[in-house]
Write a protein that binds this ligand. Sequence first.
Ligand code: AHR
Length: 320
Amino acid sequence: MTFKTALAGATLLATLSLASTSAFALTVGFSQIGSESGWRAAETTLTKQQAEQRGVDLKFADAQQKQENQIKALRSFIAQGVDAILIAPVVATGWDAVLKEAKEAEIPVVLLDRMVDSDKDLYLTAVGSDLVHEGKVAGDWLVAEVKDKSCNVVELQGTTGSSPAIDRKNGFEQALAGHDNLKIIRSQTGDFTRTKGKEVMESFLKAEDGGKNICALYAHNDDMAVGAIQAIKEAGLQPGKDILVVSIDAVPDIFLALAAGEANATVELTPNMAGPAFDALDAFFKDGTQPAKFIQTESKLYTQADDPKKIYEEKKGLGY
Ligand code: AHR
């Protein structure tokens, strides 16, 4: 359904007094990055649930972490003539050509959770958090926690070239600026996965006197933090005490770690990006309403003081 046929449909439905909360049965293509983290799994689950509840026919494509697969999926959605496309773009660059093709085919594209560096006219809207702010919240927490103590920080970055890896690093560095007692001594990608988080943390520990020289770990997501916590324990140190752990996502497993005193803080990223995305698409197809270019979700800090056991119980059945 193109925008023009959507408007014709809207008129017809209004005439027949059939308008409902979701007036159109849309066919939507969803290009998901993969399943690198618990957070990503929850986003996939929630997107499928939201589609089902709204009567959306969702065509799902798992890109297995590869941009080329996402580009292929988008081209296939365009060829199939879907009404709209959702994409969580694995990296920030290299989308211009395929986004132009979608625009020429009059298929609105909504970005989920990660940003691209393309012209804003090439997509309808983006749903996500302020990724720089998330990094800053994590950094502000650490600055306040260590006070004047000298603190060597190691950083596990997300996927190289992805907007959360770039922005969360940037926001964290902003928070540390002017606090000369805190220093990032090592920073490397762990690709947002538990396995690589553990591997890279093992190499940090080895290089830094078995970890004695490390005061804190900042991980761009909880899964890498959970992997790193395991590495810290295997090195004979106590995560959460000998090495402070701050990360992003607020997945159930990090609440278990918070409850056990093995993690110290996490910044929540909601996995429900699809709800606001479908709302925007509904309004757009109903009467042409142009959504804001960026629909921002909340970023909330949780620490050990927030009854992590209770939050774990609340979150554990939510598709993570
Ligand atoms: O783009 C959001 C990030 O991607 C999440 O923080 C991370 O867990 C995921 O893989």
